[in-house]
Design a protein around this ligand. Structure first.
Ligand code: ATP
Ligand code: MG
Length: 570
């Protein structure tokens, strides 16, 4: 392709709302154009990259035995009512009516649609397993669309759904997808980590995320310095903490006057005790379908922090929100002195697993100015769950190594669904014994348009993008130093034609612009190799610029194509 003919509207300035480099560069280099909050047009270069990414995804999925389909984007609300998600999904779901007053939604994900397709076409175990996917526009009316392609409202997703006769076969496919996704992200040249993810109320290790490691990532990922353990902070576990500080002396449970002492550090000072030996009680309001709400107390060691997603899952709520002192008092609770014993009616309590059997703890007495001492958790019979936000420096549950935080961009998510959708949608098949059973399902997503942003977040410098070999719109950009120089022009054209013949994707910058200006665009756009045809052409010499290092090497014109062919892996 010719730069002079292509629509590549490069800009000097980034939009004022752009914070992330990928957002700035993708707009400045003419890959995308903003049309409204969270809505983007893909320009020719952007479309080329998007197609490259799509092709890698498709090739690997097809090799892994998946079949591509294409489902309607506009989805009848009736399916969402059947699954129970029409109400539950919240404001991200764009609902609308047609002229006959029928309800519809714009698909934010397609579980219902895919189950509906399969329940009408698959009747027997003999037709299983089946893994169907599409690469399709999704719409989610995100509260804060931002960061360009990273969090759009309209975006491109690969969404796949697998159908199985039993749990065991679904798990086999889950592993198959984990390997397939790993191959996809590796081919795209990404440094990523597969991590344990939050599986919502389902729990267990039924869900994994693919995180592209980048400082700008929105997700906190816990990784082990010694082994391959990695998990989203929302799902991360650790070896139970131990405390070096002296434990309190054993004694009999009693009320202790602690006037105005309400905070963990004040209590720690007052009792000369490490916060490890003090029970912290965090109150939240849990929200449920249909407007139901209740107050929940989460109890954990004073030295630990509450992980809200874990806490939310532990009470099966849609959301947890903060609660003010006034509301706590109305419910009969005393802020600063809350504890897990002697509670007023109707308050639910969840205690962190690490407090199981803990001896001699200090805990709020649920009475103003009093705490309890010598609370023996072995006597406590309430509910326990994992509530802890793993901290840097905690120990790995797998190997004991040190855990640390890194930031990640979620580009893929695989999930063992079970019968969450097949049951309510009554999607069944006949098994070997002629018995009707709901399909056991898995679901697998990739943020295809988000991947463009993720690639740039991981591969850029202060001058612009550095596309990876599989994603780049062109492998080589020929830069003609002075287009009015006949010798330069002729040689550049010759190299260009030969590269096309050899199957090397090439762009030629044949614009009547200064060399410096063209180099700036080359650096901004980020094609892996530049081939400069300049003055030295009279000696048969051209230059290769490596976009990664920006280093230049002089090469004999007769060798240059072979060298580039090898480097570009063509
Ligand atoms: P996130 O936690 O980032 O909001 P999610 O968990 O809601 O994502 P999934 O429902 O698992 O997302 O969707 C599958 C994939 O689609 C995600 O892994 C992500 O890469 C991509 N994705 C989700 N929301 C967006 C968005 N608003 N813009 C671009 N890509 C998105
Ligand atoms: Mg997800």
């Amino acid at each position: 392709m010719r730069f002079s003919k292509m629509l590549i509207p490069t800009l000097k300035e980034a939009p004022s709302d752009a914070v992330l480099v990928s957002h700035k560069y993708l707009i400045r280099a003419g890959f995308i154009q903003s049309v409204g909050s969270g809505l983007y047009n893909f320009l020719p270069l952007g479309k080329m990259v998007l197609d490259n990414v799509k092709n890698v995804v498709k090739e690997e999925l097809d090799k892994a035995g998946c079949q591509e389909v294409d489902l309607a984007f506009v989805t009848p609300a009736s399916l969402w009512i059947e699954s129970g998600r029409f109400e539950k999904y919240g404001k991200e779901l764009l609902r609308f009516k047609d002229r006959k007053d029928n309800d519809f939604v714009l698909g934010p994900t397609h579980e219902e649609m895919m189950v509906n397709l399969v329940r009408q076409t698959v009747k027997s175990y003999k037709q299983l397993p089946l893994n169907l996917y599409q690469i399709k526009t999704k719409f989610r009316d995100e509260i804060r669309p931002r960061f360009g392609l990273m969090r759009g409202r309209e975006f491109l997703m690969k969404d796949g759904y697998s159908f199985h006769k039993d749990e065991e076969d679904m798990k086999r496919e889950f592993d198959n997808m984990e390997q397939t996704y790993s191959r996809i992200f590796k081919r795209l040249g990404l440094d990523f980590r597969v991590v344990e993810a939050d599986s919502g109320a389902i729990g267990g290790s039924g869900s994994k995320e693919f995180m592209v490691l980048a400082d700008s990532g929105e997700d906190t990922v816990v990784v082990c310095e010694e082994c391959d353990y990695g998990a989203n902070i929302e799902a991360a576990i650790r070896k139970p903490a131990i405390c070096e500080a002296e434990a309190p002396e054993e004694g009999i449970k009693a009320k202790f006057h602690t006037p105005d002492i309400t905070k963990i550090d004040e209590l720690s000072e007052f009792f000369h005790l490490d916060p490890y030996y003090i029970i912290k009680t965090v109150a939240k309001k849990a929200l449920y379908d249909g407007g139901e709400e209740k107050i929940v107390l989460f109890a954990l060691r004073g030295s630990d922090e509450l992980q809200e997603t874990k806490a939310c899952n532990s009470v099966n709520a849609n959301e947890l929100i903060d609660i003010d002192d006034e509301e706590l008092q109305e419910a009969g609770l005393i802020p600063g002195f809350m504890g897990i014993l002697n509670l007023p009616e109707g308050i639910e309590v969840v205690v962190d697993n690490e407090l199981k059997k803990a001896p001699c703890m200090v805990c709020g007495a649920n009475e103003k100015d009093y705490h309890l001492v010598n609370v023996n958790m072995i006597e406590y019979e309430g509910r326990y769950d994992d509530l802890i936000a793993v901290q840097e420096g905690d120990r790995c549950a797998k190997c004991g190594g040190r855990l640390k935080y890194t930031k990640g961009i979620e580009v893929g998510h695989i999930f063992q669904l079970g019968t969450r959708y097949s049951e309510p949608l009554n999607a069944t098949f006949l098994d070997e014994n002629g018995k009707s059973k709901p399909f056991v399902m898995g679901t697998y997503g990739i943020g295809v348009s988000r991947l463009l942003a993720a690639i740039i977040e991981q591969h850029h410098d202060d001058k612009g993008c550095k596309w990876t070999m599989q994603s780049t719109p062109f492998k080589v950009e020929i830069i003609v130093s002075n287009i009015s120089d006949e010798l330069q022009k002729q040689n550049a054209e010759k190299l260009y034609n030969q590269m096309i013949e050899d199957g090397i994707d090439v762009l030629i910058d044949d614009r009547k612009e200064r060399f410096g200006f063209k180099m700036k665009d080359f650096e901004l756009i980020g094609i892996p190799y530049g081939l400069i045809v300049g003055k030295k052409i009279s000696d048969g010499i051209v230059e290769i610029v490596d976009r990664d290092t920006l280093q230049k090497e002089e090469i004999n014109i007769n060798d240059v194509i072979e060298i580039l062919r090898v480097r570009a892996g063509v």
